[in-house]
Design a protein around this ligand. Structure first.
Ligand code: HEM
Length: 508
């Protein structure tokens, strides 16, 4: 069976390659067992690079990649160079290989699953491992996002049973529903005479996701929906800082930056911000810890923090802090994409409303609507692994310690994996095997919104539940519409929706 599946997927991959007209034909060989000599690292196709600055000049006015970002950049690289593209590191940054081939992605993700290293937030890692330690912090762990190897494994095994067991996450259903209902009430009161939200919609949705994650991670209502919340309140500060965190990380870690050689203004700002963010998180967590010491709840009513404190208090604080900032923007932006796709596909929205109103216990269509939105408009462009050994990918030798970007956003929009890929068709996740739209015909590593394996998203189950519960309440209360031009997306560390937010929320 496994052999048949592999054959099916290898065949599909070849079709994917052939479907792009200008694809580099040298890159078709996809087997570890090839008898052909491997091509060298230097031979991997990609934009020509210059010493020190790598490929930066291509992104400047007049360059071939000028103003390209997100899906458009990925598509341009794929069409020009093929399913594997090399980008040289700039200013001391690492060399990167971008993969648009699902089978090679599977090869890397599976082989790196023992001790997966997902680099990315390098400036945060620097702050936690160098700056903080210089200030005298000597903790063994730095956090789920910045630790690797043995330390990461120990942290992860403390949190896995709490965050990944469907039963323990299901227990938060009621609490999340309470937050969802409060948010719906807030949205109703924030509408103008045209049924549009008067305040900045992305901030509103961020308040909802912060309130949800705060309740689950810390076990307290943060009262983010309070209309009298001062602009300098800790909750508003937290949201602002999480936003800023992603903005500085984007500049330092995902764009050309010389911070490794010279402390730029953004670098200095980042170090200060990371410090402020940690202190603010610590404040929230400290208050909760104090309160918890006087309470004794049964296990199924405990928050993530409470459950972790039973294991180890220091680890609890570290993990709760990472959950707070990894769980806000990701869910909020995904939710905006879901609203948008349902607004411009009213037939799907009506079908969803039918399910929400009539089937309280089993709701497959809502899950399909969310999944399809994440395929079509993902909040993350893909995934990342650092190679721990050499590989043969598509006939090229890939050295150790190279960053491999797995371009899921692009692969999930390939016709060979998902027929009619640019259409919003939640049904593809529900139809039978003999239907051409059946999702199982896609390579299983083409679309993987929550990442893969041992290092996959720890908040996955919680995110899914949060979104289902909130979406059901919104659909039950509002007919969602979108006015005017299509929505604009900006790629940063996560994909953001750019203003204006032309949503109309009419009472049902
Ligand atoms: C739609 C929402 C979300 C998406 C699409 C998403 C996506 C991802 C992805 C792609 C990864 C990398 C996985 C890998 O390396 O294989 C990740 C890691 C992570 N996510 Fe999420 N995430 C979401 C929501 C959340 C939430 C709600 C939380 C917190 C409760 C969270 C916490 C984390 C943490 C802590 C990690 C690092 C895990 C580790 O390295 O062990 N995420 N997420």
């Amino acid at each position: 069976m496994l052999v048949v599946n592999l054959f099916k997927h290898t065949q599909k991959n070849i079709l994917c390659l052939r479907s792009a007209s200008t694809i580099n034909n040298n890159a078709v060989n996809n087997s570890e067992t090839t008898t052909q000599p491997l091509k060298t690292w230097e031979e991997i196709p990609g934009p020509p690079s210059l010493p020190i600055i790598g490929e930066i000049h291509h992104f400047l006015p007049g360059g071939s990649l000028y103003k390209l970002e997100g899906y458009n950049l990925q598509n341009h690289l794929y069409k020009t160079y093929g399913p594997i593209v090399k980008m040289k590191g700039h200013f001391g940054g690492p060399d990167v290989v971008m993969l648009f081939d699902a089978e090679s992605s599977a090869q890397i993700l599976r082989a790196e699953n023992n001790s997966p290293k997902r680099p990315g937030f390098m400036s945060l890692e620097y702050y936690r491992k160098v700056v903080k330690r210089k200030k005298g912090h000597s903790d063994k762990y730095t956090g789920l996002i910045t630790d690797h190897g043995q330390e990461w494994r120990e942290l992860r095994s403390a949190i896995n049973p709490i965050m990944l067991q469907p039963k323990s996450i299901k227990a938060y259903n009621e609490a999340l529903d309470e937050v969802a209902q409060d948010m719906v009430a807030r949205m109703k009161s924030l509408r103008n005479e045209n049924n549009m939200i008067k305040t900045k919609f992305s901030e509103e949705i961020n308040l909802w996701s912060l309130e949800s994650i705060g309740l689950i991670a810390l076990g307290v209502r943060l009262n983010s929906f309070d209309f009298n919340l001062p602009m300098d309140s800790p909750v508003r500060k937290l949201i602002k800082m999480v936003h800023e965190f992603f903005a500085v990380a984007d500049i330092l870690d995902f764009k050309p930056s010389i911070w490794r050689f010279y402390p730029t203004k953004t670098f200095k700002r980042a170090m200060k911000l990371y410090d402020e963010l940690e202190n603010l998180n610590a404040e929230f967590i400290k208050k909760t810890v104090m309160r918890l010491k006087t309470e004794n709840k049964p296990d199924d009513e405990k928050s993530v923090l409470e459950k972790l404190i039973d294991v180890d208090e220091k680890v609890a604080v570290l993990i709760a802090s990472d959950l707070l900032f990894a769980g806000v923007d990701t869910v909020a932006n995904t939710m905006i994409f879901i609203f948008y796709l349902l607004a411009i596909n009213p037939d799907k929205q009506n079908k969803l409303r039918e399910e929400v109103m009539n089937k309280p216990d089993r709701r497959p269509y809502i899950k399909a609507c969310i999944k399809e939105a994440m395929r079509l408009m993902p909040v993350a462009f893909g995934n990342l692994r650092e190679t721990s050994r050499e590989y043969n990918l598509l006939g090229y030798r890939i050295p150790k310690n190279v960053f491999v970007i797995i371009c899921h956003q692009h692969m999930a929009l390939m016709e060979c994996h998902y027929p009619r890929p640019h259409e919003y068709i939640p049904e593809r996740w529900l139809v039978d095997k003999d239907d051409p739209l059946y999702y199982g015909n896609a390579h299983p590593f083409a679309f993987s919104i929550f990442g893969y394996g041992a290092r996959g998203c720890i908040g996955r189950r919680l995110a899914e539940l949060e979104m289902e519960v909130f979406l059901a309440r919104v659909i039950e209360n509002f007919q969602i519409q979108w006015l005017g031009e299509p929505i604009k997306v900006r790629q940063s560390v996560v994909n953001y929706v750019v203003e204006p937010f032309n949503f109309i929320f009419k009472d049902v």
